[in-house]
Design a protein around this ligand. Structure first.
Ligand SMILES: [Zn+2]
Length: 290
């Protein structure tokens, strides 16, 4: 029988070291696999964590000879002026360090994977094939639900729908169990490529905007920022309703003209013929505000 001594480094015998080394090789192989299985990988990592086998492994990542710290992107990287790095000689300090060293995954991603593995375990286990079909992001959402809430329709949705839809569905299920004032609306990343001055303008408005009276309304189901953005765009609709209506007519005329062009354009790729050009102008003219 082997025991772990202080610091988790030394053990009697060497069985745990051997087991750790073998499991380490398996994990690295699975990670390198071109068709690696998320479920299998999470299972191997879970075993590495539960049996604390990672504490027997040496963190070989380059370590500064002077200060003993590692390169970026670690938590506490070396800041020496001209550092000289050599492979590390100490065991991993944390399980998440081990996972990052092997996979490059951040530990939040890691916990998603372990949660996904949990989906395939126990008496309410899901079929691993279903979990694979969901993909990592949707499966991580499903893992937030109690086993009895993982109903057939939820599982089918997770296999077919976008992560945004699944996240919303899961949040609705979670909300059912919360008091009304504790319920949260799910939020989503929403990206646009904007130029620097526009971004500065938005950020400047956000700074004070989240504290204007219309936004300080005590609703805690979404953040102040969500409420501000909603307010800004809702305000735009109120103030520029006529302009938006004119914009809609303009767009529809352009789209109709593009369809006509595509239909008439079959013979050649020349410039638009005068007739269809005239029709476009007329369509736009007819639709301008009276
Ligand atoms: Zn250093």
């Amino acid at each position: 029988m082997t025991t772990i001594t202080e610091g988790g480094v030394e053990i009697a015998g060497g069985e745990l070291q051997d087991a750790a080394a073998r499991l380490d090789v398996k994990i690295r192989q699975e990670w390198q696999e071109s068709e690696r299985s998320m479920v299998r990988l999470a299972g191997l990592l879970s075993r590495m964590r539960e049996q604390a086998l990672w504490t027997y492994l040496i963190d070989l990542r380059p370590t500064c000879k002077a200060c003993g710290r590692q390169k970026l992107p670690c938590r506490n990287p070396c800041t020496c002026v001209e550092p000289e790095f050599a492979p590390g000689t100490k065991p991993y300090a944390r399980f998440s360090d081990y996972v990052t060293a092997v996979t490059g995954l951040a530990h939040t991603t890691l916990y998603d994977r372990l949660a996904i593995y949990g989906l395939t375990q126990g008496s309410d286990a899901l079929d691993p094939k279903d979990v694979e079909e969901m993909g990592a992001k949707n499966a991580a959402e499903i893992a937030k639900l109690d086993p009895k809430d993982r109903t057939e329709d939820v599982i089918e949705a997770a296999k077919k729908e976008s992560t945004r839809k699944v996240k919303k569905l899961v949040q609705e299920k979670l909300n059912e169990k919360l008091d009304p004032e504790e319920r949260k609306d799910p939020t989503f990343m929403f990206a646009r490529n904007l130029d620097e001055p526009t971004i500065e303008l938005i950020e400047e408005i956000e700074k004070n905007g989240i504290w204007i009276e219309a936004v300080r309304n005590g609703d805690k189901s979404v953040s102040q920022l969500v409420k501000l953005w909603n307010y800004v765009w809702a305000r735009f609709v109120l103030d520029y309703g006529e302009e938006l209506e004119e914009g809609r007519r303009y767009r529809e005329a352009m789209e109709a003209a593009a369809v006509r062009d595509a239909e008439e354009d079959e013979p050649g790729d020349g410039p638009p013929d005068p007739e269809s050009h005239e029709a476009t102008l007329q369509a736009m003219g007819n639709d301008l505000p009276r």
